[in-house]
Design a binder for this molecule. Structure first.
Ligand code: G6P
Length: 613
């Protein structure tokens, strides 16, 4: 949510900012802006729309001079509609201090009202602008930018990843963090600060993570940090970014989402690499070694996440309860944190998050930790806040996921949860022979997923057939109920068609009223233990002339007689089915969105990483 980048160094800054912003555009894309310092003057350019629109505006206005310090922002609006004025950066009255911000300043109205009374002139409806004026006010007292920012932040409540530049002290950038990620890229004679590593990797692989409550002063030569209250911060460790530039590029695909869907055989394999001991019928998860006993003896496992990660948690619940026999609950992070949940030290809480930065999930982590539970992350982004604040965990190693609609992260999260289930089952007495059946099946999943991907042309045809539908229903039972939810979510997110996922049998308690000859109904009907039950539900839809698209196994000879369309998928062990069955649903929503001409990778109103509550 909101991309942030700042650069100081010998290179021409504007192209670096625009390049960084376009790499981070998946974080927010309703407006964008830059601020540069040139010969003691602050140059601010901003624009509603995409980074490309901003670049065009800058070109149209006449090229900006070469500058060596500046910052840029791509916005996901919270306060004030996305327009040119509300776009960041925001400046003080004299256009001497500029601020970009990711997060929410909760007490901005009080600050704004006070400053307006004192004569400050505000131009935008944003919360962020209040910070620019507050720094202006405090700079008059301190004549020190770093200190003025510190003092300002002492008055602010809320969350921020914040970057400030000023003509008062043109040879530095000030950055601060509270709840919204900021990473410092440490270069040779140049430094860069950004909300995520994708804007940094082209310049340096050496990064330093800012912590909550930390302020940094960044110059060409280096940086120093302290807390907002002026306390020293212990030596900052330099980490190395591990992914490659090619991983954040489209690699010949029209969209990141399609690239990521197609990466799944590989990403599912990566989630098991070095962990799946096929012949021993066991699993080794290094990041959980030291808390293994906690997991095996847990009275309860709680899986917490948002969006697609929450759906992965729902699949995890089926697997952990069925395979490992551990009572498991799944919670929306946003509900969990405010419910004052009853948590004990015997609970193990897994936080599921692709980005590792989702504000609600992070807050849930802190809530569970404060109550004594063991908190563990299942996270994709290495070094992200949830990963760092967890007491252990498992990286899903899916590589950067750029498409806003999550695909490969889901299958990798479920793959990791499946492995945790098998590992716990073994510890709790599952025989090697029984476990081997499961580890072999896990091992075969990448190749089965690849088979589904080979048949994607059928989904393309179906998309043509159904692209104008106004509603969709998705039905599944057992572990495939969350797949129905995920299929519906994917369609909503990128094609803007209303869709609902339902447990197939629950349909008759309401949604059945919607079914007529125009209603597409996607039924997930693998040949598992509850096949016959789901078939009864399929018949109920058929009797009301719903247009059924069945996701069924290759060896199901009956299904085609009952449904208008059948998409075939390989058979697997029932509880691992979601990893395969979700693939055609991802493809269907992708092709429908393409057929409708929507922006697949950056659907309206959404953001990839939601760092506000
Ligand atoms: C946003 C994204 C979703 C994602 C959810 C949770 O809503 O658009 O794709 O599933 O956040 O994100 P996380 O990074 O915590 O998995």
């Amino acid at each position: 949510m909101c991309g942030i980048v700042g650069y100081i160094g010998p290179k021409n800054t504007l192209p670096i900012l625009l390049e960084g912003l376009s790499r981070m555009e998946y974080r927010g894309y309703d407006s964008a802006g830059v601020a540069l310092i040139s010969n003691g003057t602050l140059l601010v350019r901003k624009r509603a729309g995409k980074v490309a629109d901003l670049a065009k505006k800058i070109q149209g206005d006449g090229q900006l001079p070469e500058c060596h310090v500046g910052m840029g922002h791509t916005r996901w609006a919270t306060h004030g509609e996305p327009n040119d004025v509300n776009a960041h950066p925001h400046t003080d009255c004299k256009n001497e201090i500029a601020v970009i911000h990711n997060g929410i300043i909760e007490n901005y109205l009080a600050i704004k009202t006070k400053l307006q009374r004192e004569g400050h002139h505000f131009s935008s409806e944003t919360d962020t602008e209040a910070v620019a004026h507050l720094i202006e006010d405090l700079y008059k007292q301190t004549h020190d930018l770093f200190e003025a920012v510190q003092l300002a932040l002492q008055e602010v409540t809320g969350t921020y990843g914040l970057v400030v530049v000023s003509t008062h002290e043109p040879d530095k950038i000030i950055a601060a963090r509270m709840g919204s990620p900021l990473i410092l890229g440490v270069g040779d004679g140049e430094n860069i600060v950004a909300a995520d590593a994708s804007a940094i990797i082209q310049h340096t692989r050496q990064v330093v993570y800012l912590e909550d409550g930390e302020v940094a002063e960044i110059t060409r030569e280096g940086f120093r940090t302290s807390t907002i209250h002026g306390a020293k911060v212990k030596d900052k460790r330099v980490h190395e970014i591990t992914f490659e530039l090619s991983q954040i590029e489209r690699g010949g695909y029209d969209h990141f989402m399609m690239k990521e869907i197609n990466e799944q055989p590989e990403t599912i394999r990566n989630a098991m690499r070095g962990r799946l001991l096929v012949e021993q019928g066991n699993i080794k998860l290094g990041g959980l070694e030291h808390v293994k006993d906690k997991i095996f003896n847990a009275k309860r496992i709680i899986l917490v996440g948002c969006g697609t990660s929450w759906h992965a948690g729902l699949v995890g619940e089926y697997m952990l309860e069925h395979i490992a026999k551990v009572p498991t609950e799944v919670e929306y992070a946003s509900e969990f944190r405010y419910r004052n949940p009853i948590i004990t030290k015997d609970d193990v809480v897994f936080l599921l998050s692709q980005s590792g930065e989702t504000a609600d999930t992070l807050a849930a982590l802190r809530e569970a930790k404060s109550k004594g539970a063991t908190v563990l992350g299942i996270v994709n982004v290495v070094g992200s806040t949830i990963a760092r604040e967890s007491q252990g965990g498992v990286y899903i190693h899916a590589g950067p996921e750029i498409g806003v609609a999550s695909t490969k992260a889901f299958t990798s999260q479920v793959t990791v949860l499946a492995q945790i289930a098998v590992m716990a089952a073994r510890a709790k007495g599952m025989t090697e022979t029984d476990a081997k059946v499961l580890t072999k099946e896990l091992d075969s999943l990448p190749q089965k997923v690849a088979r589904v991907l080979q048949d994607s042309h059928l989904l393309k045809k179906l998309a043509q057939e159904f692209k104008d539908a106004r509603n969709f229903l998705y039905l599944g039972r057992g572990a495939n109920f969350p797949v129905a939810l995920e299929g519906a979510l994917k369609l909503k997110e990128i094609s803007y068609i209303h869709a609902e996922g339902y447990p197939a049998a629950e349909m008759k308690h309401g949604p059945i009223a919607l079914i007529d000859e125009n209603m597409p109904v996607v039924c997930i009907v693998p040949k598992d233990a509850i096949y016959e039950k789901v078939i009864s539900n399929v018949q109920e839809v058929r009797a009301r002339r719903g247009r059924i698209i069945a996701i069924a196994n290759e060896d199901d000879t009956e299904i085609a007689k009952m449904t208008e369309f059948v998409v075939r998928v390989p058979r697997t062990y029932g509880f691992f089915g979601p990893i395969i069955n979700v693939i055609p649903l991802q493809l269907l929503s992708y092709y429908i969105a393409v057929a409708r001409g929507t922006n697949v990778d950056q659907p309206r109103n959404l953001a990839k990483s939601v760092t506000v509550e």
